[in-house]
Write a protein that binds this ligand. Structure first.
Ligand SMILES: [Zn+2]
Length: 272
């Protein structure tokens, strides 16, 4: 586990999936594809499952699909029923007891599914939305206490835990807070399950490597790939105003996402 983390990247469409897969395959590392509730609605729940499964089976490749930040038991259950490999029940904004209750319910549902579905719980609110923000959102960024993490894991039975350890969802214009690696390490010991780092976009390289060494097993990146896609697509449209073939217009956006993902995966998979 030391020195390596699996990259988790979100998609809104098929181009994103291809870009992420190409980057992972180039480096021959496993990868997780995420869809939030909004992304899932746009791509299609069953379609997302079918696309990822098609790659996994066709190339015998370790690529997995995660229901990112699902906020109700119903949407988690629908993702499990549809065939997702992993789900996140995000009760981070809820009071501790309510978070425990909904997370436990989702864990029980996953266990009864007859498949091996990993369930991740969230403890400590780190804001929401993969976008550019001026400042850290109100109420976000209060660090998770190790004893509380232990209690949460014991009470819910989650397979993975996302604590609040300094990162914030999105890119913060006023500067990204640092990852508290000592806290990561302490929470990892107390929690006893692998940790997931959200809000990875815009963090410094050493924050990632320190977090991985301290016990982070999965890292989420979304905003960075959205920005790369958006910039490349706008440029492509501006530079080729008469082009009408979607796959030609979109190719630079795919390449831009691939580059971002490749660089992040290289960093997450450095064995030092
Ligand atoms: Zn997240």
């Amino acid at each position: 586990m030391k020195g390596v983390a699996i990259g988790h990247f979100n998609i809104s469409n098929l181009e994103g999936l291809h870009a992420i897969y190409r980057a992972a395959k180039k480096l021959n590392v496993p990868v997780i594809i995420g869809v939030s509730e909004g992304e899932e609605e746009f791509v299609g729940r069953a379609e997302a499952v079918a696309l990822v499964k098609a790659i996994r089976e066709q190339d015998n490749y370790p690529i997995f699909l995660n229901a990112d930040h699902h906020t109700s038991a119903e949407s988690v259950q629908a993702a499990i029923d549809a065939g997702f490999d992993a789900v996140i029940i995000d009760g981070a904004k809820m009071p501790f007891d309510e978070n425990v209750k909904i997370t436990k319910e989702c864990v029980e549902y996953a266990r009864q599914s007859g498949r091996e579905v990993l369930v991740e719980g969230e403890l400590g609110y780190i804001g929401s939305g993969s976008n550019i923000k001026d400042t850290i959102p109100e109420g976000a960024g209060i660090l998770t206490r190790p004893e509380e993490a232990k209690k949460f894991v014991e009470m819910t039975g989650v397979d993975l835990l996302a604590p609040s350890v300094g990162s914030i969802h999105g890119l913060i214009k006023s500067g990204k807070p640092h990852i508290d690696a000592a806290l990561v390490s302490e929470i990892r010991q107390y929690a006893g399950v692998p940790l997931v780092l959200h809000g990875g976009s815009g963090l410094r390289e050493e924050d990632f490597t320190n977090a991985i060494k301290a016990g982070v097993a999965i890292i989420h990146i979304n905003t960075e790939i959205r920005l790369a896609y958006d910039e490349a697509l706008k440029k492509s449209l501006a530079e080729n105003p008469s082009e009408t073939t979607p796959y030609k217009i979109l190719q630079p956006a795919v390449d831009a996402v691939e580059e971002v993902v490749e660089n992040r995966l290289k960093l997450f998979n450095m064995r030092s």
